[in-house]
Design a protein around this ligand. Sequence first.
Ligand SMILES: CC(C)(COP(=O)(O)OP(=O)(O)OC[C@H]1O[C@@H](n2cnc3c(N)ncnc32)[C@H](O)[C@@H]1OP(=O)(O)O)[C@@H](O)C(=O)NCCC(=O)NCCS
Length: 199
Amino acid sequence: MAPENLRIETPKGIIYIEGPMDASALEKLEMNENLNNFRPSEKQKDAIIGITKLDKGMVYIARKDQEIIGYLTFHPMDDFTRWYKHPKIIEMGCIEMCPTWRNFKIGEKLMQTAFSNKVLDDCIVLTMEYSWHWDLKNSNLTIWQYQEMLTHIFAKVDLHKTTTNDPEIMEHPANVLMARIGKNISPEEVALFESLRFC
Ligand SMILES: CC(C)(COP(=O)(O)OP(=O)(O)OC[C@H]1O[C@@H](n2cnc3c(N)ncnc32)[C@H](O)[C@@H]1OP(=O)(O)O)[C@@H](O)C(=O)NCCC(=O)NCCS
């Protein structure tokens, strides 16, 4: 399938939303140095290039000229998690927008573009929202406002809060598991997911 390429106008210029990217295309681009919420930007660039090489790995970007100003990743579940037992579950890993490019709805467009990929109709997409990853400093939000902001944006692509006793989610009361069940997922596959939520 050809990668998506969406042109959007923002008050700060034209942005392109692109993906799924391949490694060589990402290597040619600069990574904005402020994309450092999860790790230093250069290391994060290496990490997202690595994701493109994984089975089921996908990376979408927001690009201004030759610079990546935001990205969204999907990858297979780690094999030590309970979710790995489900063949149809994949994880939406990170979404990050440069602090100076936030609140222009680019994050929303990135997700809408990625979730229009029919591959995800055959998947259960999970996102593990751990509050220790959230950028409270740049957002000026409280931890609960931040959770509300994320669940609000993620709901736009049908990711919804889902209860679980996964110990990592339960480690902090603001952590949240969100899930989107693709339209081609069978009742048996839903039942297997349900059985994994509390085990
Ligand atoms: C999460 C993130 C990607 C959002 O990107 P963005 O481009 O700023 O998002 P958008 O502009 O598309 O949407 C922002 C939405 O949040 C809403 N919002 C902002 N503050 C809010 C609050 N206190 N409560 C509820 N919603 C809020 C905005 O109104 C907007 O929603 P709307 O379009 O319905 O008006 C960005 O904040 C980011 O990179 N954060 C750091 C990394 C991170 O925390 N990633 C998530 C964990 S992996």
